[in-house]
Design a protein around this ligand. Structure first.
Ligand code: CO
Ligand code: CO
Length: 303
């Protein structure tokens, strides 16, 4: 075993091959089955990208009630998933279905990485630059649309973001010699940031003015329209996070928003920034510098 539980994926060495293994299952966040299938695939392969690897194979895990869903819906779901797996260069090689009253879908994904290119949560070093590759807000926006608090048109940005693979960002991170990486998912930016901070025994400084949010997210947070997960995340993280007084509670909640198929949070050595920037710009992939790493002991400072 090269990397065990606690990272985005497990890494196992078999002879000369590093195998990367991960599993992720989610409940529907959009109505269209094709789109949801594709989002599930992007979300499940993301943990392989967060380890600096490339996904190779996927096994589908599908829970649904045969009374509520027709085979046409399932076919569209799988078609969406396969198209996204294709884009990732991964092959659907099997799966398993379970009778389940609550619809669930996801994948166990296997991938591989070259020796010395595995990115973990534990390598961040003081003076590293923190980079985020997608905007925050999928949890707050999808739950607000479900409740009818905001117009459906706000979903477009969320869906486009969830459909984007972390492939380019992962390759650029490896090429730039990233010290640590994770993908921002259910525990929010703060939760996943803390995982890097604790595992790497450093402190992450986040610049509140530099963190990118999707449209309407800060307004919704200010109106206290956030999913329960954001509150739970903030409760969990606040013991290990110091907020500047000027950072309002709404903003703290937004930083804790649980993400589906979120971006990569990378800890890059300053000397790797030029390479990273070149590769991301060449692929027209977005990224934001959101802070830096300092000496410390597993904390986040938001200033
Ligand atoms: Co992850
Ligand atoms: Co995961």
């Amino acid at each position: 075993m090269v990397v065990g539980p606690g990272d985005d994926a497990g890494v196992f060495r078999y002879k000369n091959t590093l195998m990367i293994e991960t599993v992720d299952v989610i409940t529907p966040i959009v109505d269209d089955p094709y789109t949801f299938g594709a989002i599930c695939a992007a979300n499940s392969v993301s943990d392989v990208y967060a380890m600096g690897g490339r996904p190779l194979t996927a096994l589908a895990i599908l829970g649904f009630s045969t009374c509520d869903f027709t085979s046409a819906v399932i076919r569209r779901l799988l078609r969406g998933a396969i198209s996204k797996l294709d884009e990732a260069g991964a092959c659907l090689i099997g799966g398993h279905t379970i009778e389940d009253d609550e619809f669930k879908f996801g994948f166990a994904v296997s991938g591989t990485a070259e020796e010395h290119t595995v990115l973990t949560v534990s390598g961040a070093k003081p003076e590293d630059i923190l980079v985020l590759t997608k905007k925050i807000g999928t949890g707050i926006l999808t739950s607000a649309v479900k409740k009818g608090t905001v117009k459906k048109s706000y979903l477009k940005e969320v869906i486009d973001s969830m459909l984007m693979l972390n492939k380019t960002a992962s390759k650029a991170a490896v090429a730039a010699g990233a010290h640590a990486a994770t993908d921002v998912t259910g525990f929010g930016l703060l939760g996943h940031g803390l995982n890097i901070a604790k595992s790497s025994k450093v402190t992450l400084i986040l610049e509140s003015g530099e963190i990118p949010f999707m449209k309407k997210v800060k307004d919704l947070a200010a109106a206290d329209a956030v999913p329960k997960g954001a509150r739970n995340n903030l409760d969990y993280c606040s013991k290990k996070t110091s907020f500047a007084e000027s950072v309002p509670n709404a903003y703290r909640l937004a930083l804790s928003d649980p993400q589906t198929s979120g971006g990569l949070l990378l800890s890059l050595p300053p000397k790797g920034m030029k390479k990273f920037d070149q590769l991301m710009k060449k692929a027209q992939a977005p990224y934001w510098v959101i802070g830096e790493v300092t000496k410390g002991s597993g904390r986040i400072v938001v200033r």
